[in-house]
Write a protein that binds this ligand. Structure first.
Ligand code: KG4
Ligand code: ZN
Length: 339
């Protein structure tokens, strides 16, 4: 357990975030999204993301301290997302955290972003104890892990092509919705029939733990091309069917994996875990199988710094000033998560 309140920083993609954490408690969590800036390009532009982090990070940190009612000198440690992510974006957070930890003579925790998504389920009020099977579904990653120890999750499967969030964003774009597409697709899908169109399910079959979303995306492209003048209701039906072809396998596979590994709980994390239909399918399936579900509130599923503070508890501590040589790392290590 990290003693006392500490500051966590997240800048791996297009959210500039800072949080003050004490044990499992979130004292403050500030997220400044750049989504509006990237909307006009239809996706995140790495250089623009890095530049905006630079302009925003100190403001977001000041706000996090202010909301927690604490001063920088009262922080007992600093935590930051070190990997994986956009290198320019990560660098802003890592340089900021190193500089703050150095001048305040505090230890630093260099955190893996994916471990952060898993550990969002460890924060109050969710408080999930191991063992459990975790599903992370975000814009960059889709994977299942068996978590018997939060410091070392074991990967059970992952996507072999697109991440679920990537397929959702690209699908939303094909349907004329903005970036990021998840919330817009969910809203349109709520007005449609998920059984209206049979999209292909990637890697269908029993005991499958990997995912594939490239096929369903291409299939949507063909539907949109074949029906350029589709009615509003048809568009909603297609959105609902497309969403179902993505969140259906996510729900089924996390529940199957929990039964296979005889654990009594599953957790959801990553931006796609904010999706109401996914949350509904997992909740219903878990109730039928007697499984507990840890579903962080929606704002802890999408990128935030509180989850990075949570994961810091399961990440090696680097003492002052040994971290001065550490760097941002864009890639995930073999096996996927660095502890
Ligand atoms: O975890 P996250 O904030 O960033 C990454 O680490 O990638 O995930 C972002 C992804 C985007 O693809 C976004 O469209 C998706 O999460 N997302 C959703 C919803 N909210 C965000 N997907 C489906 N339904 C939502 N309500
Ligand atoms: Zn993320």
């Amino acid at each position: 357990m990290i003693e006392g309140p500490f500051l966590a920083i997240e800048t791996s993609c297009d959210e500039t975030a800072a949080a003050v954490i004490r044990d499992r408690e979130i004292l403050s969590s500030i997220v400044a999204s750049q989504a509006d800036i990237h909307t006009r390009y239809g996706g995140v532009v790495p250089e623009i993301a890095a530049r905006h982090h630079l302009g925003t990070v100190n403001v977001v940190i000041a706000q996090a301290l202010d909301e927690a009612g604490l001063k920088m000198s009262e922080m007992t440690a600093f935590a930051v997302t070190q990997r994986p992510g956009l290198i320019g974006a990560l660098l802003i957070g890592v340089s900021t955290a190193k500089a703050l930890a150095y001048v305040h003579r505090r230890p630093l925790y260099c955190v893996d972003h994916l471990l952060g998504h898993i550990c969002a389920s460890w924060l109050a009020p969710t408080l999930l104890e191991t063992p459990f099977v975790s599903l992370i579904a975000s814009g960059g990653h889709t994977r299942l892990d068996l978590v018997t120890d939060l410091a070392t999750p074991t990967m059970l499967g992952s996507t072999i092509d697109d991440a679920a969030g990537e397929a959702i964003d690209k699908g939303a774009r094909l349907l004329g919705l903005g970036y990021p597409g998840g919330p817009a697709l969910e809203a349109l899908a709520a007005m449609g029939d998920p059984k209206a169109h049979a999209f292909p399910i990637g890697l269908g079959g029993k005991r499958i733990r990997n995912f594939s979303f490239a096929g369903v995306k291409t299939s949507l492209l063909y539907v949109v091309r074949a029906e350029p003048d589709m009615s509003d209701q048809r568009r909603a039906d297609i959105a609902a069917s497309y969403q179902e072809a993505i969140v259906g396998p996510l729900a089924a596979r996390v529940l199957d994996a929990a039964r296979e590994h005889r654990v009594s709980a599953v957790s959801l994390g990553g931006g796609v875990a904010a999706n109401g239909r996914l949350r509904e399918l997992v909740t219903e399936g878990a109730a039928r199988s007697g499984l507990r579900v840890a579903m962080p509130p929606r704002d802890l599923c999408t990128d935030n710094a509180a989850m990075i503070g949570a994961a810091a508890h399961f990440t090696p501590r680097i003492e002052w000033p040994d971290y001065l040589h550490t760097d941002a790392v864009p890639t995930a290590p073999p096996g996927g998560i660095a502890a």
